[in-house]
Design a protein around this ligand. Structure first.
Ligand SMILES: *Cc1c(COP(=O)(O)O)cnc(C)c1O
Length: 219
């Protein structure tokens, strides 16, 4: 049932757009159902829940950490996480790099930018990131692959505002791609959720994070 939903949803997307099924708060049985269609990319926003699901489920699943990540919790997900979407500070980057080294792997990350008006949302400013790059600090992160950007638009009915924020994020992506040393690996724009993914795709998203439209509303 959920498997068919995922298949239909994927069919409706342009080919270059990757779907992350956001399974936060949803039980393992439901995710097992989803797996039957061959979909392997799932997103969680809490470290404890992510670790628990990883331990109990198929090791083929590619787990995406989409929520705010605290530095002291990086060590729990570093051995297996597929992509960390919400990297929002240099100190967090340093910690991810350290844990990557410990686990002898390169951890893929997205730079989260603050594009919404709401102060509750996390992220770098473009100037912060530009100075990190011009100082060459990112070159020290040998156990990190910076894959692209992530952002969340304001929670509003105002489609025009949401669109402007997505345009802004895509501009940041293009700007950083032109500055970074490995532009080929920098290829991911993670933007768009159930309410706004169509606007996001129209404005250059190639990775959407969809929860409620697939799994139903959360409690
Ligand atoms: C929960 C969440 C989503 C999915 O939200 P839906 O509106 O249920 O699609 C996407 N991204 C992040 C960062 C989330 O926390």
């Amino acid at each position: 049932m959920i498997a068919e939903k995922i298949i239909d949803f994927k069919k409706s997307l342009p080919e270059e757009v990757q779907l992350i099924a956001v399974s936060k708060t949803k039980p393992i049985a439901l995710i097992e159902d989803a797996l039957t269609c061959g979909h392997l990319d799932f997103g969680e926003n809490k470290v404890q829940e992510l670790v628990e699901k990883h331990e109990k489920m198929s090791k083929e699943i590619r787990w995406h950490m989409i929520g705010h990540l605290q530095r002291n919790k990086v060590k729990y997900i570093a051995p297996f996480v597929h992509l960390i979407h919400g990297v929002d500070s240099e100190r967090l980057m340093n910690e991810i790099n350290k844990q990557g080294k410990k686990n002898n792997r390169q951890i893929s990350c997205l730079l989260q930018f603050h594009i919404a008006q709401e102060s509750t949302k996390f992220g770098f400013s473009i100037n912060e990131m530009k100075s990190i790059i011009s100082d060459g600090k990112h070159l020290d992160w040998e156990n990190i692959v910076i894959k692209g950007v992530m952002g969340m638009a304001s929670f509003t009915e105002d489609k025009f505002k949401v669109e402007q924020e997505f345009v802004q994020l895509k501009d940041y992506f293009d700007e950083i791609k032109s500055l970074i040393h490995n532009p080929d690996e920098f290829n991911t724009v993670s933007m768009g959720m159930s309410n706004d993914y169509e606007v996001a795709i129209k404005n250059g998203s190639n990775m959407i994070r969809i929860g409620s439209s697939l799994f139903g509303a959360r409690q």
